[in-house]
Design a protein around this ligand. Structure first.
Ligand code: AOS
Ligand code: ZN
Ligand code: ZN
Length: 406
């Protein structure tokens, strides 16, 4: 039955000029980094529900992440958060990761959980607090050297709640000073990914509020600084795929934090509410992937796809599986876009024809394709089902409650 479904699918796609071998090889190259904090107890500001079987330390977070990678082949690296994942010996954590077939991915400094940072971290009016915050950034550069991580991803909770609370222009200068000190400490292989967020936890102004501010810092810092797009960090109605295309074209799109938002930074399962948005993001990426300009192609090749979610009521591992599978599905659909067809319609000024050429790809059911792909890769055709019928979820219950939180 599934063979027949694939044969039909193949016939359909061939007739549209889509080469499924190429589609499959691109799908095999898709890697999505999962966040260590997505495996621990996390949640909303109202309540963190403590789950049974949650990892008790960073080592166990990697074990859970290895399940997600083992079943999907999609997630060979895990982002860490310092100090949540602070260990005495990062070499040991790295070896543990490697023994599980994983790598340590982006290092995320944490500058939002200490009392000292109430009025800002690197933008605090107190020079001693700024020094402490900048030292933490430098510590993370050192950690990245030990873990072999290329990317340092920076998100600052810095901002103010009221007009007049802070000097916006001074804070801008302090932000740059700290970023610049960190930038200079990086090795030539490292990248600084600068994340922006329009509001929360600060509600009047956020020091890096949008992509333009992040981009401007990146430009001033140098070519190793790029912008990180967290899909949850935009005001309603923002055209994220436009931002993506723009940043790719400027060679400054460093990566993504994928999640889903309905109202604000909800950190829910990516693709659960607006899968079309995710598809359209991939449409922009794929239309740049074959650009004549090698720099644009290399920007696309180096995009770090990362999940940034905090599951509160969901089971952690299945929620992560659902998330990465949703990304894979939308990527697969975007790979069915016939770009020549879109371009021809654009040149004809055929508005509806162009829209149709994009949308049609989204409307295909890619299940037969993904099943065939997983069979080729020696993976379970239905990773979620495979996980739920394995004993792993029960085995980890011996960890008990009260595991490491985010
Ligand atoms: C916060 O809203 C951001 O999305 C950050 O990426 C943050 O570091 C991450 O959510 C882990 O706390
Ligand atoms: Zn994020
Ligand atoms: Zn966020």
């Amino acid at each position: 039955m599934s063979d027949r479904a694939y044969a039909l699918f193949e016939e359909q796609q061939q007739a549209r000029g889509i080469n499924l071998e190429e589609v499959k090889s691109r799908l095999k190259a898709l890697h999505i980094e999962t966040p260590s904090w997505g495996y621990g107890d996390s949640g909303t500001r109202f309540k963190v529900f403590q789950k049974e079987g949650v990892p008790r330390n960073p080592f166990e977070k990697f074990e859970d992440a290895a399940q997600v990678h083992g079943l999907t082949g999609l997630c060979p690296s895990v982002a860490i958060h310092i100090p949540w994942d602070k260990v005495e010996d990062y070499g040991k954590l790295r070896n543990h990761a490697e023994s599980l077939g994983l790598k340590i991915g982006a290092v995320n400094p944490n500058l939002f959980q200490e009392d000292d940072y109430m009025l800002g971290s690197v933008t605090n009016a107190d020079p001693a607090v700024r020094r402490k915050a900048t030292d933490h950034l430098l510590e993370c550069v050192d950690i990245a050297k030990e873990t072999g991580s290329r990317d340092l991803s920076l998100w600052f909770a810095d901002g103010t709640n009221y007009p007049g609370q802070g000097d916006i222009r001074k804070r801008k200068a302090w932000m740059f000073e700290a970023l610049n000190e960190m930038y200079k400490a990086m090795t030539p292989e490292m990248r600084m990914l600068i994340e922006y967020k329009c509001f929360e936890p600060a509600f009047y102004h956020t020091d890096i509020a949008d992509w333009g501010m992040a981009y401007n810092y990146a430009l001033k810092l140098g070519p190793q600084a790029e912008v990180l797009v967290d899909t949850g960090h935009h005001l309603p109605g923002a055209n994220i795929e436009h931002i993506v295309a723009y940043l790719i074209d400027e060679n400054r799109l460093g990566g993504f934090h994928f999640n889903s938002r309905k109202y604000a930074d909800d950190d829910l399962v990516v693709g659960s509410v607006n899968p079309y948005e995710l598809f359209l993001i991939f449409y922009q990426i794929l239309s740049a992937a074959n650009d004549d300009d090698a720099k644009i192609r290399s920007t696309v090749d180096n995009i770090a796809y990362m999940i940034d979610q905090s599951h509160n009521i969901e089971q952690k591992i299945p929620a992560m599986l659902r998330s990465v599978l949703n990304v894979q599905t939308q990527y697969a659909k975007a790979l069915l876009i016939n770009h020549a067809e879109v371009e021809e319609a654009q040149l004809r000024g055929d508005v509806l024809g162009a829209e149709d050429a994009v949308r049609r790809a989204f409307e295909f059911d890619v299940t037969p394709l993904l099943h065939a792909l997983r069979e080729e890769q020696g993976l379970p055709v239905d990773p979620m089902k495979a996980y739920l019928s394995s004993s792993y979820g029960k085995d980890i219950l011996v960890r008990g409650k009260g595991g490491a939180s985010w």
